[in-house]
Design a protein around this ligand. Structure first.
Ligand code: OOB
Length: 549
């Protein structure tokens, strides 16, 4: 039996966040009704051929809510959602909220290993996916999810449901008359963490905390009913969902345009056609757009703000945004666990180019501490800790990770190394945790090592981040073969891929080494080993040959 997700702030904190007006006591279902009443005939969503007004979006969600409940799902049940950027992402998720169900977000790139883990860990009772996306057929995967104990339904959007429940039949139901009553302080959905250990962990977010974070973000980003937001990144990520993302755009009465992929060709066409005013990208995509924009095939003059976040955006590239795209850059440094920082639109160019912004809320508490837990001098690098009205206090059902990731007084250990500058602006300097930030996608070194270690020819493996001029970082697996075995790099990659994991986790490089030199003391920690391998590789001795993949 899986525990129900909970997210508990101590009562004195909860009271303060309510008293200060951050937590408004509204659920997602109530929010949808309020937005439909306020903006009924205005455009809410453009996705491929689909165009919906606020009234139309709410009507679709209310029907889908009835449809889900008619399947026999009950308020509080979890539903795993693995949906690309198509209309059913929004109508489906809003429908789930309206019905009192709890979405659990997987990324479209996830494969069997991650999807089965997320379904089991969350105690999902249903799975919602598209038929196909980017050449992958999700229906056989849906059948595997359906075979898990407790999962009763697999709902498929698109052409053919392949014997599973067609999304279209849910959408045919009569609209639910009112949102299912839920506790606004209770868990609204589960988001996945890009953390550094093991399989993805589940992040419980409440109605109160999440609605506050994206509504406040919409204010910081100057969104109004005249704004048009392009969602170019996969919508299940926290950044395009809530910083301010599509939820923030809807909370401001703006129009959301979903891009099926983030390429300049697709997105520039949409920016011109829909007169997009704001969008958000990870740094490698921003570089690609900066390269493509001067060719001048499309009119990008409507674009006012380009947000960049998810990984460090180098100052040299940041400085080119205004001259090349003619819009304001906004740096966004956030995490699905909570804390999000923005440069403000009216900040001096120097701050916009050289910092990753400052927190959303006056009640965000940010500490920068040395490795012994003491505050560092102002402006010196240290470990970032965060606590506040939209930063979680615990992961779902992860006692060991919770003990590591949170201090006894409720601060989240972000694993990021930052400098705090005057005005509370943060500059991200690096990371203490062992994940690889590959173009904004976070890869746990430990998770990939576990897959490689399952190979019969492998004695030991360590996965590290290597710098990459385009991706920011790429993953490199150092592998010690078993005595007498002679595995090849393609064989290791194919083996890892065949384990059914997201393609972005397959190591970019595999380097074989005869052993992992350990210190004279004997065994060193995995963390120290990874650091030593990374250093040895990135700073080779003069004359030393580069190891070959
Ligand atoms: C966002 O969320 P996650 O959960 O995928 O990843 C969080 C981690 C941060 O702890 C940090 O290591 C890194 O991603 N990161 C950045 C960054 N933004 C995120 N590192 C350097 N510079 C930045 N601007 O990635 C996320 C969530 C909400 C909004 C934006 C990004």
């Amino acid at each position: 039996m899986t525990a129900d997700p909970a997210q508990i702030w101590p009562e004195d904190f909860a009271r303060r966040y309510r008293d200060r007006g951050w937590w408004k006591g509204e659920t997602f279902g109530q929010m949808l009704d309020r937005l439909a009443a306020a903006h009924g005939p205005r455009p809410a969503l453009v996705a491929g051929e689909v165009r919906l007004t606020y009234a139309g979006l709410a009507d679709a969600a209310r029907r889908i809510a009835t449809g889900f409940r008619a399947l026999g799902l009950n308020p509080g049940d979890r539903v795993l959602v693995q949906m690309p950027n198509r209309a059913e992402f929004l109508t489906g998720v809003l429908g789930l909220f309206y019905a009192g169900l709890v979405p659990v977000y997987a990324l479209p790139a996830h494969r069997e290993t991650e999807v089965l883990h997320l379904a089991a860990k969350s105690g999902a009772r249903a799975y919602l996916a598209a038929d196909r996306h980017e050449g992958f057929d999700y229906r056989p995967l849906a059948a595997r999810v359906l075979a898990l104990p407790g999962v009763a339904h697999a709902v498929i959007a698109g052409e053919g449901a392949g014997g599973l429940t067609p999304f279209a039949t849910l959408a045919d139901a009569a609209p639910m008359a009112a949102p299912e009553p839920r506790d606004p302080g209770g868990v609204a959905f589960l988001q996945i963490s890009g953390g550094s250990t093991g399989l993805p962990k589940l992040i419980p977010r409440t109605h109160d905390d999440y609605i506050y974070s994206f509504a406040a973000s919409a204010g910081i980003c100057g969104l109004t009913p005249d704004s048009v937001m392009l969602i170019a990144l996969p919508a299940a990520h926290n950044f395009p969902m809530s910083s301010p993302g599509f939820f923030g755009a809807l909370s401001a009465g703006a129009c959301v345009v979903l891009a099926p992929n983030p390429t300049p060709d697709t997105c520039f066409r949409l920016i011109e056609a829909e007169r997009v005013t704001i969008t958000g990208l990870v740094p490698p995509l921003a570089l690609l757009w900066l390269q493509a924009a001067p060719r001048g095939k499309y009119d990008l003059s409507s674009l006012q703000v380009l947000q960049v976040g998810g990984a460090k955006f180098m100052a040299e590239a940041a400085a080119r945004v205004r001259p090349v795209l003619g819009c304001t850059l906004q740096q966004v440094f956030g995490m699905a666990e909570g804390l999000v920082n923005y440069t403000r639109l009216d900040d001096p160019e120097d701050i916009i180019v050289n910092t990753q912004g400052r927190p959303i809320s006056p009640d965000d508490e940010v500490l920068v501490l040395d490795d012994d837990g003491n505050p560092v001098a102002e402006g010196a690098p240290g470990n970032l800790y965060a606590r506040g009205p939209y930063t979680i206090r615990a992961y779902h059902d992860e006692p060991a990770a919770n003990a590591r990731s949170f201090t006894p007084d409720g601060f989240y250990r972000t694993g990021d190394i930052v400098r705090r500058l005057p005005g509370g602006y943060l500059e991200v300097r690096g990371r203490a945790g062992d994940h690889i930030n590959r173009a904004g996608e976070k890869i746990s070194a430990e998770e990939v090592e576990d897959h490689i270690l399952a190979h019969p020819d492998v004695f030991d493996a360590a996965v590290v981040a290597l710098p990459d001029p385009v991706l920011g970082e790429r993953s490199c697996a150092f592998v010690v073969p078993r005595a007498g075995a002679d595995p090849t790099a393609p064989a290791i990659k194919a083996f890892v891929r065949a384990r059914g994991i997201a393609e972005f986790k397959v190591p970019d490089r595999v380097i074989f080494v005869p052993d992992f030199e350990t210190t004279a003391v004997g065994k060193i920690s995995r963390k120290a080993l990874r650091a030593a391998l990374r250093d040895r590789y990135t700073a080779p001795e003069p004359g030393q040959k580069e190891p070959q993949a």
